[in-house]
Design a protein around this ligand. Structure first.
Ligand code: COA
Length: 329
């Protein structure tokens, strides 16, 4: 028995924050951002919107396009680093919002690799035979943890998310293989320093702006290229394939230069690589499922063709996943 994707969806907030908008807030230029990252704009939630609102919208779209009822959903896993609350899980809020009265669920934190970790976990639960339908979402409200006075981070990140419905199948389609990694010794290079149990929120932590994302961009860049290309090459070789067998490569959308260097190291041509970073920036756990939905809606994959995913994020966490696509109705 395999696990396969039977519906895809995304949610992008309406409000746009362009490079020109950022020029008015921090010392940056549209030229610098475009040439160093490939990003021209990102989307930002309204004040009243939180991660669970994006996820509930995605989950409802998955139900609509698959024809499933909320009662048929067994599991909801939300990959996010920006939950609505520490207590309760975003998955619980989404379960209630969509009326999935028979579902249980939880949040999973693995930064930008979160969606692949969640998809792996959901797939193994489905393959146990105990559960039939799972909703797997990656979404982040990065604007809630970004310092719009810090030009090192605010130009990169945006809000948004996407998701998939997964089910059992007896066919050859679905998740073929995955290679997932964590190296926590990299934790200091990309983190939110305060607000957790290590440094609870206080007047001092707020004054010191420690509730925002801190990153050592150069170190993260280097690791992202090396680790994503390593696991992508490894999964291709492990499955006795060559880079030419991959129809579409969806890498985490962190920086156009990271994407280009990773693809080059893997021997992939530009027309095999899906890129949408120019429109959304880095939406953390959202980038891969948003790209999967767009690739699906653009009919970039036919039944039986191979999709390769690769992600890298805070932790450090990283991984690759190979999927044999099945065309959705
Ligand atoms: N606008 C204008 N100038 C900027 C700038 C900005 N937004 N950010 C940095 N600069 C300046 C720097 O101060 C530096 O100036 P200097 O040479 O006078 O000191 C110069 O541009 C180069 O800075 P540098 O940090 O070397 O730029 P970079 O090419 O490494 O790009 C990142 C910075 C953050 C875009 C890049 O390192 C990156 O993408 N890292 C990975 C981030 C990431 O993917 N995070 C999520 C991981 S999942």
């Amino acid at each position: 028995m395999n696990t396969t994707i039977t519906a895809t969806a995304k949610y992008i907030p309406e409000k746009i924050l362009s490079n020109f908008d950022l020029e008015k807030i921090v010392d940056t230029t549209d030229d610098w951002i475009k040439s160093r990252t490939g990003i021209t704009k990102r989307h930002i939630v309204q004040e009243s919107e939180a991660t669970s609102d994006m996820c509930a919208n995605i989950a409802k779209k998955l139900l609509e396009s698959s024809g499933k009822t909320p009662e048929e959903i067994d599991i909801i896993i939300i990959a996010t680093s920006t939950p609505d609350h520490f207590v309760v899980s975003t998955a619980a809020i989404v379960q209630d919002k969509i009326g999935a009265i028979n579902a249980w669920g939880y949040d999973l934190t693995a930064a930008c690799t979160g969606f692949i970790f969640a998809l792996e976990t959901g797939a193994r639960l489905i393959e146990s035979g105990k559960y039939k339908n799972a909703i797997i979402i990656g979404a982040d409200t990065m604007s809630s943890i970004i310092d719009y006075k810090d030009r090192n981070t605010c130009v990169i990140f945006g809000d948004g998310g996407g998701g998939v419905l997964i089910e059992q199948t007896d066919d050859d389609y679905g998740i073929v293989d995955s290679i997932l990694k964590t190296d926590g010794s990299g934790n200091q290079f990309l983190t939110v320093p305060a607000g957790g149990s290590r440094k609870p929120a206080s007047e001092t932590t707020v004054k010191q702006r420690l509730h925002y994302v801190y990153q050592d961009g150069k170190t993260v860049f280097k690791y992202a290229v090396n680790r994503m290309s390593e696991v992508s090459k490894e999964i291709i070789e492990k499955n006795k394939l060559s880079s030419h067998d991959i129809k579409l490569f969806i890498p985490h959308q962190a920086n156009q230069r990271i994407i280009d260097a990773t693809a080059r190291k893997c021997g992939l041509d530009l027309d095999q690589v899906f890129v949408n970073i120019d429109k959304y920036g880095n939406t953390t756990a959202g980038t891969i499922p948003i790209a999967i939905d767009e690739a699906n809606k653009m009919n970039l994959l036919k039944s039986g063709e191979l999709l390769l995913l690769a992600a890298f994020g805070g932790g450090f966490t990283w991984g690759s996943m190979l999927i044999r696509w099945n065309k959705m109705l």
